[in-house]
Write a protein that binds this ligand. Structure first.
Ligand code: FAD
Ligand code: SF4
Length: 472
């Protein structure tokens, strides 16, 4: 990954040495002056290439022109026509691959693109902190829809349907709504209060959120239809962690990133009196190179780890995580071991004392060095082991962040719902599944992807449900 030019109007952030020991948000947000200065960089291109890079097609030049004219509420209105979670997307979207990637300043003039994400975040935060206007509960249209999962896809679908007058009930398995936004992405990247505020807005629109309800256990999809719901949207995500299938994965001190982050974010495992304690020190290896790996590594550091490694089998060029998260992780002192794959997690065993409390705990990880070969079907160079290059990494904990899959529970309890070989629900671009009046979207359909693509899917499904229920 080539080093980036310094940003024209960088966003103020906490010092790396300080933030490595707290859970407060890293990036502090634009002041009005900085936002104005950044907005002045926009050329207001006639053909709006940035809009085509945004998965929900926010009219970017239009909202930026409102900021230029000191009309921040006007900017918010433009954004909210296309996005229901702008404070979230401004913070976590991979803008460098989306809108900012298409910005004329970068593509034609080879300059730093406009900080579209930073401006989106500024606009949404300004609105949240200043607007007193509450949404009017819409006039009911007499139709009832159930939504499974309170992540970005489910919440977006619920919000759009509620605005159209539907009575919407969201069923969420966990005790808190928000999906990955609350159980996965840590506070230092996305404060929970922001997600809570977005959820409050949905409740003001009349959306009912039932937590601690696992569809497929507490109730089935068929029972929801039996209760009078005319359509069901499945936005249950892809929360089932993948494992490496190497020896030692069941040792004490090995976590899936999903478990580790959920315990820290949702169960507050960092508190001394937590009911679900978590490791708080020692040396930690995180395997994987995506956003989840970065979040797990940086959380481990904040929980008090003395050393954190990210072990990734390809090189820096192929790291799938957002660039900013990689840069932040490096600044905070996380050590990246590239071209390296784990082959075994090593356990402690005291032959002389079977009651030694350290027995059964991780004492290290055996790794092998890799080299990159020919590109695979996705164009990424395939890693190959270098024979005889094994070495041991001295660690006390291992966090596995090599991807997730959809949980099969809903498929197994819903007759006629087709899934593909990866366990993802098969749905067309409008979320239509193989079951009559059952729609699906987000990670449950695509496998692990992004917040904005999940929101886009929720939006399309809401429109399709409306067509189905009200045009018939
Ligand atoms: P989810 O957010 O997974 O929500 C699904 C919800 O359904 C969950 O709340 C779950 O509890 C609930 N559920 C599941 N099964 C049932 C059931 N049977 N009954 C009732 N409820 C159920 N994307 C980005 O764009 N940028 C990032 O920086 C980024 N960082 C990430 C960091 C982490 C740690 C993780 C895990 C993901 C990250 N992602 C990021 C990916 C992004 O968060 C997901 O793509 C997105 O949240 C998917 O939304 P969703 O609504 O499909 O599913
Ligand atoms: Fe502005 Fe860049 Fe979009 Fe052009 S491409 S309108 S400069 S944000």
């Amino acid at each position: 990954m080539a080093a980036r030019e310094p940003k024209k109007n960088p966003m103020p952030q906490q010092d790396a040495k300080v933030r490595a020991h707290n859970f407060d948000e890293v990036a502090l947000g634009y002041t009005t002056e900085l936002a104005k200065a950044e907005s002045e960089r926009c050329l207001n291109c006639k053909n709006k290439p940035c809009v085509s890079g945004c998965p929900v097609n926010i009219d970017i030049p239009e909202f930026i022109s409102h900021i230029k004219n000191d009309d921040i509420e006007g900017a918010y209105e433009v954004i909210s026509k296309s996005s229901s979670l702008p404070a979230v997307c401004g913070r976590v979207c991979p803008q460098e691959h989306q809108c900012e990637h298409e910005c004329t300043l970068a593509t034609k003039l080879k300059l730093e693109p406009v900080g579209i994400g930073r401006l989106e975040r500024f606009t949404a935060d300004y609105h949240r902190n200043n607007s007193k206007v509450k949404p009017e509960p819409p006039k009911q249209n007499g139709h009832k829809v159930a939504v499974i999962g309170a992540g970005p896809s489910g919440l977006t679908c619920a919000g759009d349907l509620a605005r159209l007058g539907y009575a919407v009930t969201v069923y969420e398995a966990l005790h808190t709504a928000g999906g990955v936004l609350v159980y996965g992405i840590p506070e230092f990247r996305l404060p929970k209060s922001i997600v809570a505020a977005e959820i409050e807005t949905l409740k003001e629109l009349g959306v009912e959120i039932m937590t601690d309800v696992v569809i497929g256990r507490t109730l089935t999809v068929d029972e929801l239809f039996g209760q009078g719901f005319e359509a069901v949207f499945i936005g249950s995500g892809a929360g089932l962690p993948n494992f490496m299938k190497i020896p030692g994965e069941s040792l004490c001190g090995v976590y899936s990133a999903n478990e580790f982050l959920t315990r820290s974010n949702l169960m507050k495992a960092y508190l001394d009196d937590s009911q679900t304690p978590i490791m708080k020190g020692g040396k930690v290896a995180v395997t994987g190179g995506g956003n989840v790996a970065m979040d797990a590594a940086r959380t481990a550091l904040r929980l008090g780890a003395e050393k954190v490694y990210i072990v990734y089998r390809r090189s820096m060029e192929e790291l799938p995580a957002r660039k900013e998260e990689v840069e932040h992780a490096m600044e905070e002192g996380i050590e990246f071991i590239f071209l390296c794959a784990p082959v075994e997690i090593l356990g402690y065993k005291n032959e002389n004392d079977p009651r030694d409390p350290k027995n059964g705990f991780v004492r290290g990880m055996k790794c092998i060095k890799m080299e990159l070969g020919e590109p695979d079907e996705r164009g990424r160079r395939r890693p190959h082991e270098i024979p005889g290059s094994e070495f041991e990494l001295d660690v006390d904990n291992v966090i596995i962040a090599i991807g997730t899959s959809p949980n099969p529970l809903i498929k197994n309890t819903t007759d006629g719902l087709d899934v593909n070989s990866h366990g993802c629900i098969i749905a067309d671009e409008n979320g239509v599944t193989s079951r009559e009046n059952v729609f699906a979207g987000g990670d449950a359909v695509t496998g692990a992807a992004t917040v904005i693509s999940a929101m886009g899917a929720g939006k399309k499904a809401a429109a399709a449900i409306h067509r189905k229920l009200c045009a018939e």
